[in-house]
Design a protein around this ligand. Structure first.
Ligand code: NAD
Length: 290
């Protein structure tokens, strides 16, 4: 397949490299000066998109997706597919989907989970929204870049699944961290706390697979001085998207709202920027109730 990939940062660069390694013809474009083995670079996003079967975008946010889409859609031919793997707001995904459909271009929103390690190893999970035809075009590429792809529904359904998942993740991480900090103050040994909770009804991915307490449970960023991993500011981005989606759908999400406020405080006024999102534990550890 002839593929363009636009946005070659931490995630997009290794995804492009994996597509090229699998034998596809890959053209790249990024605002920054980037070189990737096996990927030929274009001078603009429109040039990259011209004549391609699939254009993949991996960009920072919805506003940038909308502006890149405005450049690439006129350069693409009817029947081609625009596959956005960025994490963006549901409304931007739906709006770009409508613009694409008006030109006979398939749009698939396909945000990922798995982080930079997943992008490098080709083990991402894709959650996709769009028409069955669009998903069918993108699926073989998902198989190269990832290990699992779920077609969640119409345009925007991939982003909806992503924000709901990450809202649960943010809330449960905070719950796990505040419970550890309470256990400390009650004199409970952290290993015992883990042994009980990880096999009781308080278990969760954040406790069992990504334990925020150093030296307890499987290896996680807490064992590496809370270097990310999944950075607190990326968690904040996803929580804000969940609240934007909740506001636009009139959904009551009080814990999502509280988690957003806590990560906002942690990233913007405390020392959370650049730390893993599990560094909420040392944050709670240092505080009292006041
Ligand atoms: P990044 O900042 O490393 O990469 C974004 C790239 O887009 C940069 O290289 C930037 O130069 C480029 N860019 C910005 N505006 C552009 C434009 N107008 N035209 C062309 N290129 C442009 O970010 P990342 O970590 O690769 O994340 C990309 C997306 O994936 C984000 O939406 C993020 O939320 C999502 N995501 C990231 C992770 C992660 O662990 N990093 C995990 C899951 C999802």
């Amino acid at each position: 397949m002839k593929i363009a990939i636009i946005g070659l940062g931490n995630m997009g660069a290794p995804m492009a490299a994996n597509l090229a390694k699998a034998g596809h013809s890959v053209t790249g474009y990024d605002m920054a000066d980037v070189t990737i083995n096996g990927v030929s670079m274009a001078a603009t996003s429109a040039e990259a998109a011209t004549g391609q079967d699939v254009v993949i975008t991996m960009l920072p946010n919805g506003a940038i997706l909308r502006s890149v889409a405005a450049e690439v859609l006129p350069a693409m031919q009817a029947g081609a597919a625009l596959v956005d793997c960025s994490t963006v707001d549901v409304d931007s995904a739906r709006s770009v989907s409508e613009e694409a459909a008006a030109k006979g271009i398939h749009f698939v929103d396909a945000p990922v989970s798995g982080g930079v390690g997943g992008a490098e190893g080709g083990t991402l999970t894709f959650m996709a929204g769009g028409t069955p035809e669009g998903f069918a075009i993108a699926e073989p590429l998902f198989e190269i870049m990832g290990q699992k792809a779920v077609h969640c529904g119409d345009a925007g359904a991939g982003q909806a699944a992503k924000v709901c998942n990450n809202m649960i993740l943010g809330i449960t991480m905070i719950g796990t961290c505040e419970a550890f900090a309470l256990a400390d103050k009650l004199g409970l040994d952290r290993q015992k706390m883990f042994d009980v909770v990880s096999t009781s009804s308080g278990y969760s991915w954040t406790m069992n697979a990504y334990c925020p307490a150093p030296g307890v449970g499987p290896k996680s960023p807490s064992d590496n001085d809370y270097k990310p991993g999944f950075a607190a500011e990326l968690m904040l981005k996803d929580l804000r998207l969940s609240q934007q989606a909740a506001a636009s759908a009139d959904a009551d999400t009080p814990l999502g709202q509280a988690a957003t406020a806590l990560y906002e405080q942690f990233v913007e006024s405390e020392d959370g920027m650049g730390m893993d999102f599990s560094a909420m534990l040392p944050r709670f550890e240092k505080r009292g109730r006041g």
